[in-house]
Design a protein. Structure first.
Length: 317
């Protein structure tokens, strides 16, 4: 079967064997989404070799539990052991022996078929289209912020970054009563935010040291610096970006201003699917292109362009 393969920071289309695991579901991929982590992996973010991709919607074609066969599903990306101290403590996404779909020791979703444990599967509601469901993983990552940080009426919240993930974070944060502003550089980004009733501002509008909660989602050192400078004393700084390479960071303001820094990664799929089912988050407006899997290399180049919207891969095309 065809797959988008990464090895030694080089991408190629490759014919790979069909995944076979009697204890897991075999999922036929209907759509997969190219995200920033895929792009960062290709630049050496993590030394991974294999099929990349972790955003998908698919259909179960084989399963040790026949009740799953024929179901439309999405899959959580962290496959944990379920038996270690970390898992027992309720932190399965940090299991030290976990594999991660398309990121760590497990082939991912930019292919025709993928193997996923039954415990990681979630049924997609009938009212949620494939084009929306393929965004479940990044919507869940956005929703994780609300699991980690309490925000509501009276809180001034700044999101720095209005790219693909930033747009989803903005929509999720807009479901709260917080006073939300989003730094957006590109006209199209501002238009998308406005279509959801979300207020966009420019970098020059950001008042230093005056925001209760700041979320950084640019993936750039300059965006990081702007976001950190905006946090008020004893405010909260949430990091949603993954970086290939190092950041130069002066920690003195963090100590002096007693800033709380929170790393934020994967999130709750159940909550993400509820947001999609209720229409509180509409990711379909973020779709830029839908490409056949055979054009995956060109699709990765398109997704890497500044201001690019979401590029979807369709193995059925």
């Amino acid at each position: 079967m065809n797959a988008l393969w990464l090895e030694d920071e080089k991408l190629s289309l490759r014919d790979v064997p069909m995944p076979r695991n009697a204890d897991e579901a075999l999922v036929r991929v209907r759509l997969s989404g190219i995200c920033g982590t895929d792009l960062e992996l290709a630049h050496g973010y993590y030394p991974y070799t294999g099929v990349i991709g972790h955003e998908l919607v698919g259909e179960v074609v084989e399963s040790p539990d026949p009740e799953w066969v024929g179901r439309r599903v999405v899959g959580e990306i962290n496959m944990n052991c379920g038996a270690c101290e970390t898992c027992d403590a309720g932190r399965p996404t940090h299991c030290p022996s976990r594999t991660v779909l398309g990121i760590k020791q497990r082939d991912g979703a930019h292919t025709e078929y993928v193997s996923i444990p039954l415990a990681n599967l979630h049924r997609v509601p009938d009212s949620v289209s494939d084009e929306a469901a393929v965004f479940t993983e990044p919507v869940a990552a956005a929703a994780e912020i609300l699991e980690q940080v309490s925000m509501g009426s009276g809180d001034r919240v700044l999101l720095v970054g209005a790219g693909r993930l930033g747009q989803l974070i903005a929509q999720v944060l807009a479901t709260t009563d917080a006073d939300l502003r989003v730094v957006a550089r590109h006209t199209r980004q501002r238009e998308l935010l406005a279509s959801r009733g979300i207020h966009a501002i420019t970098e020059t509008d950001v008042e230093p040291r005056s925001w209760d909660i700041v979320v950084e989602a640019t993936g750039s050192p300059s965006g990081f610096d702007l976001a950190l400078s905006a946090v008020r004393p004893r405010g909260t700084f949430v990091l949603k970006s993954t970086y290939a390479g190092d950041l130069t960071l002066n920690l003195s303001p963090v100590v002096v201003d007693e800033i709380t820094i929170i790393g934020s990664r994967c999130g709750p799929f159940d909550r993400a699917l509820e947001l999609l089912e209720r229409g509180e988050v509409d990711p379909k407006i973020l779709i830029g292109e839908r490409c056949p899997l055979s054009h995956a290399l060109e699709a990765m180049e398109t997704a890497a362009r500044p201001g690019a919207l979401k590029v979807l891969l369709d193995p059925t095309m």
